[in-house]
Design a binder for this molecule. Structure first.
Ligand code: OAD
Length: 244
């Protein structure tokens, strides 16, 4: 396949790869995506659970939404797509940048060491006042307090209307990579959705892995259609077959 040859050439010449993942990569692990039938945004309204205003209005409801999702992490495991990206990192080291919109920890549990969580992480809590971030595995309650300043805690999650993480330095640098690949994302939430266009404007090679066409499909040079847990390992292993 042409895309495999192009990636092999980039790897041979010490080029860089950036991979953006979305909810679709964790779907085969049993974590619901946001959009489409049975998606989280079918069951909950964004404005009730995923905005700073919602947290001010009803902190218990917002905390429970994320507590439920944090508890779910105990019952899910990384799937072959997460492991394939960990193998890619092992092979090319810091020439891979993995950016995820996901707040689960499945990339880390599969062995990826360098993950940019642009929408935050369920396994961390943040102080609403001094912004200190601490590891957090249990529920967050309205009575939990920051160890440093004594103020209330919130999930370390980027809500709608807030600015995603790593936009200043790491992500712009990553978009200079020779290859931009997006896996399991609908391309409907910016700024992540705009990354493929930025990569295209810089004349980079772009590859989409998705079950079906996304909003951004026209901007990708190559399309790998099917479940990420099947097509991504096959593709990455083929790309790495000639890599020493
Ligand atoms: P979406 O739920 O919008 O899209 C999931 C995408 O994954 C769709 O394009 C599906 O076709 C695809 N998909 C589903 N199962 C798949 C599989 N097994 N293999 C490959 N592809 C599959 O999720 P995101 O694009 O990640 O933000 O959503 C972006 C952001 O919107 C999220 O980070 C979240 C949400 O609102 C915040 O909460 C800030």
């Amino acid at each position: 396949m042409e895309a495999v040859l192009e990636i092999q050439e980039v790897l041979r010449t010490s080029g860089r790869i950036t991979v953006l993942t979305g909810a679709g990569i964790s779907a085969e692990s049993g974590i619901a995506t946001f959009r489409g039938d049975g998606g989280l945004w079918d069951k909950y309204k964004i404005e009730d659970v995923a905005t700073p205003e919602a947290f001010k209005r009803n902190p218990e409801l917002v905390l429970e939404f994320y507590n439920m999702r944090r508890r779910q992490l105990l019952n899910v495991k990384p799937n072959p797509a997460h492991f394939a990206l960990a193998r890619l990192e092992e092979a090319v080291r810091d020439r891979l940048t993995l950016i995820t919109q996901n707040v689960d920890d499945l990339h880390e549990r599969a062995g990826s060491n360098r993950v940019l969580h642009m929408h935050g992480e369920l396994t961390q809590a943040r102080c609403t006042s001094c912004s200190q971030v601490v590891p957090w595995t249990g529920d967050i309650s309205v009575t939990d307090r920051c160890e440093s300043c004594g103020e209330a805690l919130r999930p370390h999650i980027v809500w709608f209307g807030e600015v995603p993480f790593h936009l200043e330095t790491e992500i712009p640098q990553a978009l200079e990579a020779e290859i931009f690949m997006a896996v399991g994302t609908s391309g409907s939430v910016y700024p992540a959705a705009g990354m493929v266009l930025e990569a295209k404007l810089r004349q980079k090679l772009t590859i989409e892995v998705n079950l079906e066409a996304s909003e951004n499909t026209p901007f990708f040079d190559h399309h790998l259609r099917g479940p990420a847990g099947v097509v991504l390992p096959e593709f990455i292993d083929a790309c790495l077959a000639t890599h020493k």
